[in-house]
Design a protein around this ligand. Structure first.
Ligand SMILES: NC(=O)c1ccc[n+]([C@@H]2O[C@H](COP(=O)([O-])OP(=O)(O)OC[C@H]3O[C@@H](n4cnc5c(N)ncnc54)[C@H](OP(=O)(O)O)[C@@H]3O)[C@@H](O)[C@H]2O)c1
Length: 251
């Protein structure tokens, strides 16, 4: 199966690439981003990723609301899924006007599902995973007290993706993943670590380890969705189970 990872240069994407490449069900991994995606460095416990280099392709896209013909060609025949990770995370909200954030988080995702699904393999429904966040609010009448406008915009995007799939006559299946804070061991700076601790303790955000969420998303992309919305607790539960199975197999 050909898997497309859109937004392949980010923190979560790097771990998804590490876990997707050794997966025998994935025959081709298209890494779509505005800049070159490189093979992640090997970890001490993981396999040597250069063994799977032939499955890996970096595709640069300069416009995420109008793909060039060359980009479309690379996306053709995706048998299963796109895992969509392009976003402006709350930590970067202050770096641009909100309208730009909305365009990146919402317009790019809506254009992505509309454009990629017709290019996919026609033998099976096209699977689309949209990675959102625990605080995204679909009910536009309920503005959360923290990151209100951002949470409503991300919730509206979830609804857009799900309703696009619902009206596709089962040619598209969509899933929304709603992680809390994603823990990337060894990567967070001291300041980011303090910020995350405050968010966990004061705001009560749940957390998920980057390996757990990545294992879960790769598995759901390959085998199909357990449910339409995967909450943080689902991502932890499924990811933990898959990682424990992998450890048992190797020991
Ligand atoms: N990190 C968390 O704790 C957390 C928690 C909950 C939900 N999430 C969600 O999980 C997903 C992945 O998060 P992450 O932490 O891996 O994010 P990240 O490291 O910031 O990566 C975001 C990705 O989006 C791309 N992107 C951003 N602006 C873009 C633009 N204008 N045009 C094209 N691409 C653009 C980035 O490309 P460049 O590398 O070129 O900038 C990168 O590939 C996001 O949907 C995020 O909202 C994250």
């Amino acid at each position: 199966m050909k898997l497309i990872l859109a937004g392949s240069t980010g923190h979560l994407a790097t771990e998804i690439i590490r876990q997707a490449l050794p997966n025998p069900a994935i025959t081709s991994l298209i890494c779509l981003a505005r800049r070159n995606t490189t093979l992640p460095p090997n970890t001490s416990s993981g396999p040597n990723l250069s063994k799977f280099e032939n499955k890996f392709k970096s595709v640069i896209c300069s416009n995420f609301t109008s793909y060039s013909e060359d980009v479309k060609k690379e996306l053709e025949g995706a048998g299963g899924c796109i895992c969509r990770l392009i976003a402006v995370t709350p930590a970067k909200l202050n770096t641009m006007p909100f309208e730009e954030t909305r365009k990146i988080c919402q317009d790019y995702a809506a254009y992505g599902i509309e454009t990629m699904a017709p290019l996919a393999s026609t033998t099976k429904p096209f699977r689309f995973i949209y990675v959102s966040g625990v605080n995204a609010e679909r009910d536009q009448a309920k503005k959360p007290w923290i990151l209100g406008e951002y949470s409503l915009m991300r919730g509206k995007t979830e609804s857009l993706i799900l309703s696009h799939a619902a009206s596709s006559n089962n040619t598209i299946q969509a899933c929304v993943a709603k992680p809390g804070l994603i823990d990337v061991p060894g990567l967070d700076s001291f300041t980011a670590g303090i910020g995350k601790t405050i968010l966990r303790t004061v705001v009560g955000l749940p957390k998920v380890d980057v390996r757990q969420i990545s294992a879960c998303l790769v598995d759901q992309a390959v085998k199909g969705f357990e449910k339409e919305t995967l909450l943080n607790e689902d991502l932890v539960r499924i990811g933990e189970m898959l990682l424990a199975d992998q450890e048992n197999e190797t020991s």
